[in-house]
Write a protein that binds this ligand. Structure first.
Ligand code: SF4
Length: 439
């Protein structure tokens, strides 16, 4: 494993006053639709509607911590955790907020973020998470969408530490006011060489191909652009800026690189002007790892220590479970496949952590059915839902003797939110019960 990332200016992760830093368009939305100023935290909260700071005016589905979504069960806030990284103090505060202000659950998302539903006082929630460094730049809060390989070079085939770079990318993103105009769906990814996040279809991906180099992918397309020490993060930032440069003609329809006509080629052409020509013989990219397969249990790190991965059943983490993870005293990473990973444990610590996680209702057994079952929100949280899919999925799992051969996703309607990539059996609620489908 190697770490060679250059440092870039950006936020400190601290808790500077924030209300004055909302962009003008956000203020306009406040005045048009609703605004709440919390006198203690200084946080300005947007109530409705969900709208993209880029100027797209129809509602999108990307809530934030300040720009909450009015769900069927009340205000829903989503908190970005770049690279899935969450500190012990942050996890404790999120758990307390979920218990005291929300429905008592932290939901994990497919981008390794968390959301809290049914908030009684969204402005208090925003102030509390800001106090633990989870709102470093209010203007950028919905565009800090960064996923990273959770083991970050520690696993048997990982090549690079990508968690520190995820933080550097976040700081660089927040340091550029213009990038607050990225669509809320725009996604960055940093793959440590295992191929585990390449397949998520991020708009801008860095994929390690060796201990000191890697390549840039745009919307999953290999650009052939290579990066050396210190250049990967600036290149990813320039790719995002090039997307904004190319976007006007396609706006407001283009939220993602693949929605731009010839998007990867157009952005690559802009980047080629200031990057070295591609090598004549490029090292191979590892193909995307299977997503939705079994992910639970112990992983031997290359340095002799151990990582423990636990499935969070149906992506719903209780405050007690969150505190169990935090109390392990080791770095916690949430993953896009709704697991939580503890890193850098000794074998004895891994034994203790495994017992504690299992006792808390998290799942470290890769042969548990929970390692292959997911579900959308369903009733009562989603107004479109035709069923309480989580309750139905839970009952179904409890009837199983072993892990399903193919991952199964339960959805409350045809939209199939949260459907994992790859081969998945789909249980879709209809007015006449569930329809089973496989695509
Ligand atoms: S799939 Fe349908 S029911 Fe489930 S969360 Fe999405 S819109 Fe709601």
């Amino acid at each position: 494993m190697a770490s060679w990332w250059g440092s870039l200016p950006g936020h400190s992760g601290g808790t500077a006053p924030v209300s004055h830093r909302l962009p003008p368009i956000a203020i306009a939305y406040c005045e048009a639709y609703g605004r709440s100023d919390d006198p203690i935290s200084g946080v300005t909260l947007l109530i409705v509607p969900i709208a993209d700071f880029s100027g797209r005016v129809r509602p999108d589905a990307c809530p934030g911590a300040l720009q909450v979504h009015e769900a069927a069960d009340g205000p829903l806030a989503r908190v970005r955790l770049p690279g899935g990284a969450v500190s012990v103090a942050q996890l404790h505060e999120l758990a307390s907020c979920a218990a005291e202000l929300g429905t008592g659950v932290l939901e994990l998302t497919s981008r390794a973020n968390v959301q809290v539903r049914g908030l009684s006082r969204p402005e208090v929630f925003a102030g509390r998470i800001a106090s633990v460094g989870l709102l470093p730049s209010p203007a950028h809060e919905r565009v800090r969408n960064i996923v990273a390989s959770p083991l970050s070079g520690r696993g048997p085939v990982g090549l690079l530490d990508v968690l520190a770079p995820a933080d550097a990318l976040d700081r660089a993103l927040c340091a550029r006011p213009r990038l607050a105009g990225l669509p809320g769906r725009f996604l960055f990814a940093l793959d440590d060489g295992t191929g585990d996040v390449i397949g998520l279809g991020a708009d801008v991906t860095f994929a390690a191909t060796g201990p000191r180099d890697g390549r840039l992918l745009l919307a999953g397309t290999d650009t052939g652009l290579t990066t050396g020490p210190g250049s990967a993060i600036p290149l990813m930032i320039r790719a995002a800026e090039a997307f904004l440069d190319e976007r006007p003609g396609d706006a407001p329809r283009a939220w993602r690189v693949h929605e731009l006509a010839n998007g990867p080629a157009r952005i690559t052409a802009r980047l080629r002007g200031d990057t070295p020509p591609p090598a004549s013989s490029l090292p191979g990219l590892r193909p995307p790892a299977a997503i939705g397969g079994r992910r639970a249990g112990r992983v031997a790190q290359w340095d002799g220590r151990v990582a423990v991965e636990a499935v969070v059943p149906l992506g719903r983490l209780t405050p007690a479970q969150a505190r169990t993870l935090a109390d392990a005293g080791h770095p916690v990473r949430l993953t896009p496949w709704r697991t939580a990973v503890l890193l850098d444990l000794s074998p004895a610590e891994a034994d203790r952590a495994t017992k504690a996680l299992d006792a808390a209702g998290l799942v470290t057994d890769p042969d548990s059915p929970w390692s292959a079952v997911t579900a959308c929100t369903g009733r009562p949280g989603c107004a479109k839902a035709l069923a309480d899919v989580r309750a139905d999925a839970r009952r179904w799992v409890e009837s199983l003797a072993g892990v399903p051969g193919t991952p199964v996703h339960w959805a409350g309607c045809e939209r199939r939110c949260g459907l994992p990539r790859g081969r998945v059996v789909q249980m879709i609620a209809t007015t006449d019960g569930y329809e089973e489908r496989q695509e």
